[in-house]
Design a protein around this ligand. Structure first.
Ligand code: DAS
Length: 355
């Protein structure tokens, strides 16, 4: 009797499974590149939120600790580095940027998440924003508490970052930073607190959106050029030009500028007080640096606002560049990449108004 119905049962089974397959959305392929940091950190007790060891947990264990990842993406992991991010170097950035571009050129990679220490996360994010040659999502994520802590933020931050990297809406918006349920732009985000969960902010220019209930919500997108619009190419680079930062404060003198120039700096970022003001005692050293061919960029230690050209100094006469709204650490990154293309100060000023 069953033999009569077997073909029908088989037909029904095939039809439902086909329907089920067609109903179930295909998950994006997301690669997690791990570099270390607090998100991979461990402490002696569950209440150790300072004085822990960063960069001890492997990428596989980070992924295994969040089984929910399998619901939002097909996740694979690579341990690129295992360092506290205060030890990030130009060489690390070149290695990471080249790996990201190699992976994103593969059709079976839909997005990338980079787990990273929070101390220099904003810098790595901005560097990648200028050198990634793809519109596919690249999301940097960290944590403010080590993996062993009560209410560790790493697992939910990683889940949100993978979900964001798997989201079609995240494509073409430049490199993104996702902590604390917020989506920030690589160019403008900065760490504003030494230890709290909401340390990553974009104080005046604003975050891009939120991640809530396993979904990404965008409300704005970056204006400045990034990723596929960028003129910078690191594929053939083995090093980056030596650019250093000098800090402005009451009573500052020329020693730091002179020392950096003696060490072979090709660019000086001056993190000045206020609107990038130059103390009279520093100006001769900066002029001498420019005369030796170094590019001098006026930035501000203040943190927000436009650095006005020909405001606190006659940049046209001094042949200096101004950083626009980039903080000193990000101005350094743009100047390093600019110097791989040109030594022309007017061309470099154009770049600071474009990226
Ligand atoms: N030392 C910090 C770093 O690796 C730890 C962290 O906050 O991630 O950036």
């Amino acid at each position: 009797m069953f033999a009569l119905f077997a073909p029908l049962v088989l037909l029904f089974a095939v039809a439902t499974s086909a329907h089920a397959d067609s109903a179930a959305p295909k998950l994006a392929n997301v690669t997690v590149l791990a570099t270390g940091g607090t998100i991979a950190g461990t402490g002696a007790t569950s209440t150790t939120t300072v004085g822990y060891t960063a960069a001890t947990v492997s990428v596989q264990r980070l992924i295994q600790a969040v089984p929910e990842l399998a619901k939002v993406a097909n996740v694979s992991g690579e341990q690129v580095f295992q360092i506290a991010s205060e030890n990030m170097t130009n060489e690390h950035w070149l290695t990471l940027g080249k790996r990201v571009n190699t992976l994103l050129a593969q059709p079976n990679v839909d997005g990338i998440v980079i787990t990273h220490g929070t101390d220099t996360l904003e810098e790595t994010a901005y560097f990648l924003n200028l050198v990634v040659k793809s519109r596919k999502p690249v999301v940097l994520v960290g944590a403010m508490r080590p993996s062993t802590a009560l209410s560790a933020d790493g697992p939910i931050n990683l889940y949100n970052a993978v979900l964001l990297a798997a989201s079609p809406e995240a494509a073409g918006k430049g490199v993104l930073v996702a902590l604390n349920d917020q989506i920030q732009a690589a160019r403008d985000v900065t760490k504003v607190n030494t230890s709290t969960l909401d340390s990553f902010r974009t104080p005046e220019l604003g975050l891009l959106g939120y991640i809530q209930g396993s979904k990404a919500f965008f409300y704005r997108q970056p204006v400045r050029k990034h990723t596929t619009e960028s003129e910078f190419d690191i594929s053939a680079l083995q090093s980056l030009p030596n650019v250093e930062i000098v800090y402005g404060y009451a009573n500052v003198g020329p020693v730091a500028v002179d020392a950096f120039m003696a060490a072979g700096a090709k660019g000086i970022i001056h993190a000045g007080v206020g609107d990038g003001s130059l103390a009279a005692k520093v100006v001769p050293a900066l002029k001498a640096a420019r005369a030796k061919g170094a590019i001098v960029v006026r930035a501000s230690r203040v943190g927000q606002g436009i650095l006005a050209r020909n405001g606190e100094a006659n940049d046209d006469e001094l042949d200096f560049v101004v950083a626009d709204t980039l903080n000193p650490q990000k101005a350094r990154i743009l100047l390093m990449l600019a110097l791989t293309k040109t030594n022309n100060s007017k061309e470099i000023q154009r770049m600071f108004y474009s990226y």
